[in-house]
Design a protein around this ligand. Structure first.
Ligand SMILES: [Cu+2]
Length: 318
């Protein structure tokens, strides 16, 4: 490119190239501002927990299970980092010390008993060190021995249904908010019309099921991830440490609107939860939902052949 075309002056001493470098600077500055705003928005404890711009690690923990997941992750990260550095160091040493120039006559040794025992036993020991906390965590997040509350989570193409068998079978359906209906500050494809309300600090038993295909109930900041499978009931549990809204998504590819079945868990103090239950009971008796109740009863055993439209699909199509 000639200077005449690439470096035109605008008459006040600034050049086009100068403008370009300003523009190059502007992008990182804008990103930094977005990041700072995001930190201000989400940084406080117990606000909305959702994915953030430029997020590198996992979402922070707001449940004991998530806390343990992060601890296991950190342990394994240290171990694999040490192994990677060790192997990379060995490789560099071999390339430096034993290349053809420095080592023209290769050695003829083919066995070393101590080394062979060591490189078999050490990896086994490392795997045992990883396996012990892994199995502990699997059993810990599997179920809670003394649940304070049970919530049945039923997945549909493409929305969630939450019912509370211990609270008079309250049954609510939870759907995403369409882009055009989003209010300022609401998160696109994460906000829902009816949140899953739970009391804070209580052990909640979660039972997942599905009426059509395999979905997955996934809330990163609470450390919950369970398949929702037709014809099966799968158990897990959660305890939210702080009040707040915790966002998640179906993370099992389940059809064309897979990306449109978000989860919003609203953890509230117990008194607020009791009030919500009363309110939900009242509105349920005011407007009974026989269809939803019937679906709930059959959710655990209903298997829909693949390709056959389900009741919920038909509703959506109408
Ligand atoms: Cu799904």
């Amino acid at each position: 490119m000639s200077p005449a075309t690439g470096d035109k002056s605008d008459g006040v001493g600034r050049t086009k190239r100068g403008d370009q470098s300003m523009q190059l600077l502007r992008r990182p500055l804008a990103a930094l501002t977005t990041l700072m705003l995001a930190c201000l928005t989400y940084g406080g404890a117990a606000l909305a927990q959702a994915p953030r711009p430029w997020e590198m690690g996992m979402q922070p923990a707001f449940s004991p299970v998530k806390q343990r997941i992060i601890e296991l992750h950190d342990l394994v990260l240290v171990i694999i980092t040490l192994i990677t550095l060790f192997v990379a160091g060995l490789l560099a040493w071999v390339m430096y010390r034993y290349n053809a120039k420095r080592n023209p006559v290769p050695g003829r040794a083919s066995h070393n008993t101590i080394l062979e025992v060591a490189w078999t036993v050490l990896p086994v020991l490392i795997l045992v060190v990883i396996a012990i906390p892994s199995f502990r965590l699997i059993y810990y997040q599997d179920r809670t021995p003394n649940p304070d509350l049970t919530v049945k989570v039923t997945a549909h193409q493409w929305y969630w249904e939450y019912s509370y068998p211990d609270q008079g079978n309250i049954d609510i359906e939870s759907r995403y908010i369409h882009d055009e209906d989003l209010k300022p500050g609401q998160l696109r494809l994460l906000e829902v019309d009816n949140q899953l309300v739970i009391p804070v600090g209580k052990n909640i038993r979660i039972l997942t099921g599905s009426t059509d295909v395999i979905h997955s109930f996934f809330i990163p900041s609470l450390g919950v991830q369970r398949y929702a499978i037709p014809g099966r009931t799968i158990e897990t549990w959660v305890r939210a440490d702080k009040p707040g809204v915790y966002y998640g998504e179906c993370n099992q590819i389940c059809g064309q609107d897979h990306s449109r079945m978000p989860i919003a868990v609203h953890a509230v103090p117990e008194a607020e939860f009791t009030a919500w239950v009363e309110q939900a009971k009242k509105s349920a008796s005011a407007a009974p939902q026989p269809q939803a109740a019937a679906r709930l009863q059959t959710a655990a055993v209903e298997v829909v052949p693949q390709g056959a439209p389900t009741g919920s699909e038909q509703e959506i199509r109408q």
